[in-house]
Design a binder for this molecule. Structure first.
Ligand code: RUB
Length: 320
């Protein structure tokens, strides 16, 4: 699929979910590298950079998107010719697509160890990483039931219901505001992530932090399933993750809103769950406490504070 078509689909949320968004962007970059006609390396690079910028600008919150795009673009760094650059983007892109699929599989295996026979699991939104844990536990023969939330306003819960129903897992469908009402009967909460910050906070679909709060109050284990490329390197520099605000029309029909002058409708689509409410983050490298998020950023994404200093030529003396 071409870059602009992919970008439009991501914006409209026809392609959604942090992992899927990253993979679609990488596929679009690989395809762009194949069709870009450029006489010399600088113009090839420029064409690729424009494509990368268009993809990254689609949705601001899922860090998987800039991380994956950066990884593929960096493959061109020491290419000497257009052919070489094209080849490297293709190789790196394909390697990312393979490793991303493997990561979900591995997270499923690791996360399933945390689901016991007889458990009732609650999930919020539609996360392939979180579902991988639930599906693997079910495939391994554990008798489980799942509570899935509706997920206002996008109703991603419906996508989750389809997956669970196809797998034959007994499932309960509840509105988002019913989470606390049921929490005492829940053994595990498992959700995905759009970003994990250096201090172990988790950014995920709006409402996740309320689910986490209810789980914390009920002493229910709260697990996050997240590939390492969802960890946010730039939070080392104190950068905050931007929370996407979408069209208010997704929350209240414009005709209704027009009858309510003075009412402002808000539609933030993600929120931040503090590390204190997160028991475990399951990555493809293993399950870690949120306090170890920096190690993932340093050891698996290759970004440390020193790296930032070099890359962005930050003077150490300016740092407190
Ligand atoms: C999706 C969402 C998902 C994460 C993780 O939000 O919050 O929980 O992206 O998903 P949206 P995955 O529907 O707005 O994109 O594990 O599939 O990457």
């Amino acid at each position: 699929m071409h870059v602009t078509e992919t970008a439009e689909k991501i914006k409209r949320m026809e392609i959604r979910g942090a992992g899927r968004i990253a993979r679609a962007a990488v596929e679009a970059l690989v395809s762009q590298a194949g069709i870009l006609t450029a006489r010399d390396l600088p113009s090839f690079r420029k064409g690729m950079e424009e494509a990368a910028a268009e993809l990254v600008a689609t949705r601001p919150t899922a860090v998987s998107l800039p991380n994956a795009v950066h990884l593929v673009m960096a493959a061109m760094e020491d290419a000497g010719t257009v052919t070489e650059a094209r080849e490297r983007v293709k190789e790196r892109g394909e390697a990312f697509l393979r490793s991303s699929a493997e990561a979900v599989h591995r997270i499923g295996e690791i996360g399933a160890h945390h689901i016991r026979d007889g458990d009732t699991v609650l999930t919020h939104c539609n996360s392939e990483a979180a579902l991988a844990c639930i599906l693997t536990a079910h495939r391994e023969g554990r008798e489980i039931e799942v509570f899935a939330t509706e997920v206002r306003p996008g109703n991603q819960g419906l996508l989750t219901l389809r997956v669970l129903s196809d797998a034959g897992i007994p499932t309960h469908y509840i509105v988002d505001s019913a989470v606390r009402h049921y929490m005492n009967g829940i053994d595990r909460v498992i959700v995905g992530a759009d970003a994990v910050t250096v201090n172990g906070a988790v950014v995920n679909k709006i409402g996740t932090s309320q689910v986490a709060l209810a789980a914390h109050e009920a002493r229910t284990t709260f697990i996050v399933a997240a590939e390492t490329y969802k960890f946010a390197p730039r939070t080392i520099l104190g950068e905050l993750i931007e929370i996407e605000e979408r069209d208010p029309a997704e929350v209240l029909a414009p005709a209704e809103a027009a009858r309510l002058p003075g009412v402002r409708v808000h539609n933030p689509v993600f929120d931040v769950t503090p590390a204190a409410y997160v028991d475990l983050i399951v990555t493809e490298e293993g399950a870690i406490p949120p306090a170890l998020a920096y190690l993932i950023i340093r050891d698996h994404l290759g970004w440390s504070l020193g790296e930032f200093h070099k890359t962005f030529q930050i003077d150490h003396r300016d740092q407190v």
